[in-house]
Design a protein around this ligand. Structure first.
Ligand code: GDP
Length: 175
């Protein structure tokens, strides 16, 4: 059995759904009122990935730290994968994704020097008042070196597990 310990970062503007995403993925719940009280901390999720591979995910959320915009290098240290999240009803949060991705690439690389696999998640796709089109997300994702992008709804539990599976698969492939 191969055991993998993977540190994954969740970044993006405040209020896009990062804490809810981690809570949904790790605990299987969505709670409208849920908010992490801690600052930077991580959650752990164990995956029996395959007959040969056991994966421990260490998921780092930056709850409450977004105002620092550029996070301290310590958060990036040892990271092997990243989720950049925005809210499809908030165009500013989409525009910020360029910054979040650049910040990641400036502060962390894989041991071989390549950039860290990163997936772009368009959250709150359950809401009708969407302002960011699929076309612009697709162009942005390709132009900025994301592994892929996906529409998610943490509220409706749409694509939450799938997004993490795609990211973990990519991390294990490039390792
Ligand atoms: P964070 O600041 O990025 O960690 O965002 P939170 O996880 O605290 O979520 C911000 C707000 O968005 C909360 O009121 C959540 O209930 C809400 N929210 C999170 N995900 C979704 C979603 O998929 N759909 C909808 N409609 N609301 C969501």
């Amino acid at each position: 059995m191969n055991e993998h310990l993977l540190k994954i970062l969740i970044v993006g503007d405040g209020n896009v759904g990062k804490s809810s995403f981690v809570h949904r993925y790790v605990n299987g719940q969505f709670n409208q009122a849920y908010k992490m009280t801690m600052g930077v901390d991580y959650s752990v999720k164990l995956l029996l990935w395959s007959d040969k591979d056991k994966v421990t995910l260490q998921i780092w959320d930056i709850a409450g730290q977004e105002r620092f915009i550029s996070m301290n290098r310590i958060y990036y240290k040892g990271a092997l994968g990243c989720v950049v999240m925005f809210d499809v009803t908030n165009s500013a949060s989409f525009l910020s994704c360029r910054h979040w991705k650049q910040d990641l690439d400036n502060k962390a690389t894989l041991p071989d020097g390549n950039s860290i696999p990163c997936i772009l998640l368009a959250n709150k796709c359950d809401l009708a008042q969407r302002v960011v089109s699929g076309d612009s997300i697709d162009r942005f994702s390709k132009a900025n070196g994301f592994v892929s992008w996906m529409e998610v709804s943490v509220k409706e539990n749409k694509n939450v597990g799938e997004a993490m599976r795609v990211l973990v698969q990519e991390i294990l492939t490039v390792q």
